[in-house]
Ligand binder design. Structure first.
Ligand code: GLC
Length: 433
């Protein structure tokens, strides 16, 4: 066998890939994280783009809303506890959103929560609570800041103003990665160009000096994971609200209703079943899910959000082995089930309950199946009938034993790793079994 030719660059690439794989290991095992959206926009009840949509000046906007962000019941330990109860294995807390209000004690601007109404350093409180609980913690940070004319003008119109704006952004990031102990994730947002003359991704990354910025982050936090929103690919992709699997590590950031921030007008509340189905779908396609919670201006969590997340966590407490560390078996299917695996353990997650038996086309299960399977968590043994094209799992109760979702588990024998194709509808029952 001839080995591929190597040169120093190639070896460096290989090392970088191995390092990245190692960095990502805990995160890919974790699969499920909790996102928070909280800022002055919380008090607008109109979500995080309010200052932009209402076309208010920063003076008007912060004058009207900042004092309403009382955060009097904000309890970082409670947020972390909620994440634990929800079965989330990491959290991502916002340090600064596009509006520019900083949730930490920054030296870069006077517009921050320690000087303002709350008189609290939320980043300190949340990172400390996470560290105390052994919860992995990341920070969300928007590169843009709508208060700066330089952002609207972009890098070419007034390069001096742009430089000073990006120096401001870099200084903020440096504070965040040096003042709060170990950070596990740096979650950028808001790097998109306004009506600038440049549009190509690499030019946008150059404008923010993202390479320099990310190298600085890694100098201080060598193990940190960085998302792709500084316009460099970095460690993971971030499809938003819509599950679009990527050919590498990725995480769907998803809402509990429609908005990111708290709002009484947002009544599209998702159900625990829906959230769990989304999570299973992500895992079955090799991704993570970051589910968002939006605390109220007083810092408490809407009871409905708490309730949904607690139910999700209860389910994960019983059946989480199909999610944590779960990997893809077959690519996304428009079938009433999804399949994940952990080593030789295969899980068929039934988002729509099939009744007393389930038939799955063999092309979705690229390995041999023993004659028996188990209905996870219910002590029920199922028999598996094999025909030319299908496997049929018999012995399921007529009605779903768990209203939030049920899981069939069995051991693959022997496990082949290659992916198979997935037909719409999932089984081949009409194809002459
Ligand atoms: C979008 C929105 C932003 C939100 C983010 C979460 O980029 O602009 O407001 O925080 O998505 O992914």
């Amino acid at each position: 066998m001839t080995l591929p030719e190597t040169n120093p660059t190639h070896v460096e690439d290989l090392d970088a890939n191995t390092e990245q794989k190692q960095r990502l290991a805990w995160w890919q095992e974790a699969r499920f994280g909790m996102f928070f959206h909280f800022g002055v926009y919380t008090a607008t009840e109109q979500d995080c783009w309010h200052i932009f949509n209402a076309r208010q000046s920063p003076e008007e906007y912060f004058g009207e809303f900042e004092h309403k962000l009382t955060a009097e019941h904000f309890d970082a330990r409670e947020l972390v506890k909620l994440a634990v109860r929800a079965g989330c294995r990491y959290i991502v807390f916002p340090a600064r959103h596009h509006e520019g209000y900083c949730l930490w004690n920054t030296d870069t601007t006077e517009l921050h929560s320690v000087r303002g109404t709350p008189k609290r350093d939320f980043v300190a409180e949340v990172t400390e609570a996470a560290h105390e609980a052994g919860m992995k913690v990341g920070l969300y940070f928007s590169l843009l800041d709508w208060r700066f004319q330089a952002y609207w003008d972009g890098p070419t119109k007034d390069p001096v103003a742009w430089r000073s704006f990006t120096d401001y952004v870099h200084a903020q990031v440096e504070e965040l990665v040096t003042r709060y102990g170990k950070l596990d994730i740096f979650w950028y947002d808001g790097g998109w160009p306004h009506e600038w003359e440049i549009k190509a991704n690499e030019d946008v990354a150059k404008a923010w000096r993202s390479k320099e910025l990310n190298a600085m982050i890694r100098r201080h936090q060598p193990h940190i994971l960085i998302n792709n929103r500084s316009f460099l690919p970095e460690d993971f992709g971030t499809p938003e609200k819509q599950l679009i699997a990527e050919g590498r590590a990725w995480e769907l950031c998803n809402t509990l209703a429609y908005y990111w921030g708290h709002s009484p007008f947002d009544n599209n509340h998702k159900t625990p079943q829906g959230i769990l189905a989304d999570l299973a779908e992500c895992v079955c396609q090799g991704g993570n899910m970051l589910i968002n919670v939006g605390p109220k201006p007083d810092g408490t969590i809407d009871p409905w959000q708490r309730h949904v997340m607690e139910q999700v966590g209860e389910w994960l407490g019983k059946y989480g082995e199909c999610i944590y560390g779960g990997e893809a078996v077959t690519p996304g299917c428009l079938a009433p089930w999804v399949i994940t695996r952990r080593g030789d353990d295969i899980y068929v997650i039934l988002s729509r309950y099939p009744g007393d038996s389930l038939t799955i086309g063999k092309h979705n299960l690229p390995f041999a199946i023993p004659g028996e399977a188990e209905l996870l968590g219910h002590g029920i043994t199922l028999t598996v009938e094999e025909s030319a094209r299908n496997y049929r799992f018999n012995g399921l109760p007529d009605t779903p034993p768990d209203p939030l979702g049920n899981v069939i588990k069995f051991k693959a024998q022997p496990l082949k790793t290659e992916r198979s194709t997935c037909a719409i509808g999932g089984s081949d029952v009409n194809a002459g079994a």
